[in-house]
Design a protein around this ligand. Structure first.
Ligand code: OGA
Ligand code: MN
Length: 298
């Protein structure tokens, strides 16, 4: 008999030249040994996005798995209301119906209200909670129900984006900070001519250093990075447009085509992600955990 987690090693299969690896030979519903967690972290630092196929995690198992990687972020507003039993999302336990550690990403509506966040359609590239002082370290998504087509999640390698920038752009952004603003949109930038002080916002270094790998990475995204500090408005807009276009070139990207049971997790400090459109009348449900982060280092 083979016991996973002791005799066998993880199999790590790269998913292309940009970033991402599929990890097989592991059942994430089981408790993991510290050695196994270290192995996963090693692959994560190397590949930035990890994909596990064919998993089946209860809410409790997803929470336990995620907690191997840090402190679970707790939503202040009491989490997603896991609307209906029919989705089997709260495992029959009313106590976790309002689970502050879990969030649904879903377009499913009950009584006209989405049961989750970022419900419909395509989404521009972004950093999860990049507008906060301590953006999430990691995001961990588990696919429950998927549309027949579309709704792919696209991941960009921001180390590679930084390393391959033209020298003039590197010089323009060196030592600068940028303003990130959350305006609850999916495909539109914030209007800087309006008062945004009531929207969550924060300044982060444009070029950040990853605290574990020590590598330099570009820390901006099309959806929420609004302005580079110290540049004139037009120059800031031009530089940001060039940065986004560069970071979203095909050679930076892994496009994930979801299957039910997938667990996909990414490192928000060196990866941005976006989403393609999907048929709005088809249901899409993913369950999300995030891990608390730290201030972004220059
Ligand atoms: C998220 C997110 C992308 C998707 O959960 O933060 O951006 O494909 N999801 O739904
Ligand atoms: Mn996101």
């Amino acid at each position: 008999m083979t016991v996973l987690g002791t005799e066998t090693g993880l199999r790590v299969t790269p998913l292309g030249s940009a970033l991402g690896a599929e990890i097989s030979g592991i059942d994430l519903s089981q408790p993991l040994s510290p050695e196994r967690v270290e192995e996963i972290l090693g692959a994560w630092r190397a590949y930035l996005v990890l994909v596990f196929r064919g998993q089946s995690l209860s809410t409790e198992e997803q929470r336990r798995f995620a907690a191997n990687f840090g402190t679970l972020y707790e939503r202040r507003r009491g989490g997603t209301s896991f609307a209906k039993d029919k989705y089997g999302l709260y495992d029959g336990d009313p106590a976790i119906r309002e689970d502050p550690n879990l969030m649904l990403v879903s377009n499913v509506r009950v009584d006209g209200k989405p049961i989750g966040a970022v419900a419909d359609g395509d989404m521009w590239f972004h950093i999860d909670s990049g507008y906060s002082e301590r953006p999430y370290r990691y995001t961990i998504l588990h696919a429950i129900k998927l549309p027949s087509t579309g709704g792919d999640t696209l991941f960009a390698n921001m180390y590679k984006a930084y390393e391959t920038l033209p020298e003039d752009l590197k010089a323009k952004i060196a030592g600068r900070k940028a303003l990130h603003i959350h305006e609850y949109k999916r495909t539109a930038k914030v209007d800087l001519t309006k008062d945004f002080t009531n929207s969550p916002h924060y300044f982060h270094p444009v070029v950040a250093t990853h605290p574990e790998t020590g590598r330099k990475t570009l820390f901006v995204d099309r959806l929420m990075t609004a302005r580079i500090e110290g540049l004139e408005a037009q120059e800031s807009a031009d530089v940001l447009a060039r940065l986004f276009d560069h970071a979203e070139r095909p050679e930076m990207i892994y496009a994930h085509k979801w299957r039910p049971g997938d667990v996909v997790m990414w490192d928000n400090r060196c990866v941005t992600h976006g989403r393609t459109d999907f048929p709005h009348h088809e249901e899409r449900i993913l369950r999300r955990c995030t891990i608390e982060g730290d201030p972004i280092l220059p």
